[in-house]
Every structure is written in C-alpha cells, then in structure tokens.
Design a protein around this ligand. Structure first.
Ligand code: GDP
Length: 302
C-alpha cells in the first residue's frame, strides 16, 4: 500500500530538505505537489483540501521558515497531520485486535458490509486473533440466510481456525440466529460472539433494515464495517452509508495487500469519523494487522 504516494512524497520532501533556507513560496510549491500526490492516491477531495490547509497554516509561519532545518520541520508537520488524519496517535495496543470488549460476556461483535468485501474471512481472522492472543473463547455465527453456502462457509472456516460456530438450523431468520448465538454464548461460557451478517452486492434498504433489526436485538459492543480497500472511495461511501444507517464503531479494511494507492485507508477516518481498527492483508487466517496511524504515517513518509 501507498507505494506511489510514498515515492511522490519522498521526491517532494527530498527537494525541500536539501535546501538550506526556505521561502514561503517554496513551501507553497511543495504543498501543491503534495495535493496532487494525495489526489492521485485517490484520497477524497475535501480530505485533501483540509489536510493541505492545516499543513500550510503551520508551515508558513516565521518560526518554521527561520529555523535551522526548515525542510525537516515541514516534514514533521506533514507527519503529525497525517497521523491526525488517520485517527490520532496511540489509539490501540499492539498484539490484540484493539476491539472494545469491556462488557459482560458474551460480548456481541457484529460484522457488516457488502458481499465480497471479506466479511466472513475477517470474522475468522478476528476469531483466531481473539483466541490466540487475547485468550478469548469465541463463538461465530453466520446470519446470512440468503446465500445458501454462507453458513456452511463459516462452519468450514471455524474448523480450520479451531473456533466454534453456532450449529445451523435451516430456515431460521437472522434475528433468531443472533439471539440463539447469544443464549448459547451465555450458557456455554463464551467470551465473545462474532455475528457475520449477510451482505449484498450494493447497499439496499432491505439489507440495512435487517442489520438494524439484529443490532436492536443483540446490541453489539462493536459494529465493524468490513470494506474492500481496492474499491477506493466506494469503500468510504459504503462505510459512510452504513454508519449513518446502523452506526459503526470501527472499520476493517481488507485487501490492503492489493491496494497500491491507499485512498480508502487515508480518507476513511476523516470522512466517516470512525477509526480503522484492523487491516486485512491476505487471504490466510493470520493475515490481519492492527492499524497504527503513526506507523502508517511513517511508512508513507519513508
Ligand atoms: P464476504 O462475502 O464479505 O463474506 O467475503 P469473503 O470473506 O467470502 O471474501 C471474499 C474473497 O476475498 C475471498 O476469496 C477471500 O479469500 C478474499 N479476501 C478476504 N480478505 C482478504 C484480504 O485481506 N486480502 C486478500 N488478498 N483477499 C482477501
């Protein structure tokens, strides 16, 4: 991720830091190039505008321009603003999922998103991580009664992952499955219940109503929107729509391994107001990473 943005920015800032003194015009010219680089990385326009403006406000002051290393000061300002844009520093711990599970067990966690976004795979990945790194007893349940193989797919994933799945009862509606998952979770001493909801090819009212109904029934501690990074700004729009309709507590951005531009990753927080919590970086069950704004910013700035 971010390969082209990284090389563009290292050109811009390389030029800037090699100069001794900087004028306001030098900084303005560099920021114009930063603006173009961000737009080419498919970052949402309002996010780019806001970002460049904030950097400009801080960077053209006399204090920066008169300092001994003005170029480096500008890069530091860009770095700090990038961290802000991505969700702020020190948001989460290192090893686990970064999910908020501070509630009486079993803690319901719901995954929502479009079909094919990587919801079911992410459900398995999160379950494995909770089990292995946070020592949680996890139960997974698929609420997807429309796609005939969906519930079976999660059961197979559970077997591979060594994570329990709720037994399938043919014909049971989503809300009833969710309630049964919570009851089973309570009776059998599970810490976390992961609910994998049905997706659609596009956002539609029936999907939103179903998700909203499940949410009402189980009141999830976390509602994670799973979005495909490769779809760029569409992923951001989907996240925004879900957030407005059903409320989202965090985002799982998938297929980051195939996303060279990074526009969704960079715009998501600023547009939706919700943090990216996890990154899907491959098809395997361990291909999941915690999202650290500060690390991502330093990766982008090389
Ligand atoms: P769902 O319809 O949202 O449940 O999507 P699935 O979980 O079935 O995933 C759809 C496809 O995307 C599968 O082939 C997954 O292996 C693949 N996939 C999911 N997450 C990732 C990821 O982070 N990286 C890559 N490369 N593929 C992924």
């Amino acid at each position: 991720m971010f390969e082209s943005l990284q090389s563009r920015l290292s050109d811009v800032f390389g030029k800037l830091t090699r100069r001794g003194a900087l004028s306001e015009a030098d900084v303005q010219a560099a920021l114009r190039e930063v603006r173009v680089a961000l737009l080419e990385a498919d970052v949402a326009l309002p996010v780019v505008k806001d970002f460049v403006e904030r950097v400009r406000d801080k960077a053209v002051g006399q204090e920066v321009l008169r300092s001994v290393t003005p170029g480096q000061q500008v890069v530091k300002i860009v770095n700090d603003e990038l961290v802000e844009m991505l969700g702020g520093a020190g948001a989460q711990g290192d090893s686990g999922t970064g999910l908020d599970l501070a509630a009486t067990p079993p803690v319901p966690v719901m995954l929502v998103g479009l079909q094919g976004s990587g919801k079911t795979t992410s459900c398995g990945k999160i379950a494995v991580r909770l089990k292995d790194r946070e020592r949680k007893k996890v139960l997974m349940a698929s609420l997807d009664v429309r796609r005939p193989a969906a519930q079976q797919q999660l059961a197979v994933l559970g077997q591979q992952a060594g994570v329990a799945t709720l037994p399938i009862v043919p014909g049971e509606p989503p809300v009833a499955i969710a309630r049964r998952a919570m009851t089973t979770g309570a009776l059998e001493g599970y810490d976390v219940v992961l609910l994998d909801t049905a997706g659609r090819l596009a956002i539609d009212e029936a999907l939103m109503a179903e998700v909203a109904e499940v949410r009402e029934a189980v009141k999830p501690r976390e509602t994670l929107l799973v979005a495909d990074a490769m779809t760029g700004q569409d992923a951001v729009n989907v996240a925004q729509a879900f957030n407005e309709r059903v409320g989202v507590t965090g985002i799982v951005l998938t297929r980051v391994d195939g996303d060279a531009r990074g526009g969704a990753a960079l715009s998501m927080r600023a547009v939706t107001g919700r943090p990216i919590k996890l990154l899907g970086v491959g098809e395997k069950l361990d291909a999941l990473e915690a999202f650290h704004p500060d690390r991502v910013a330093s990766r982008i700035l090389g």
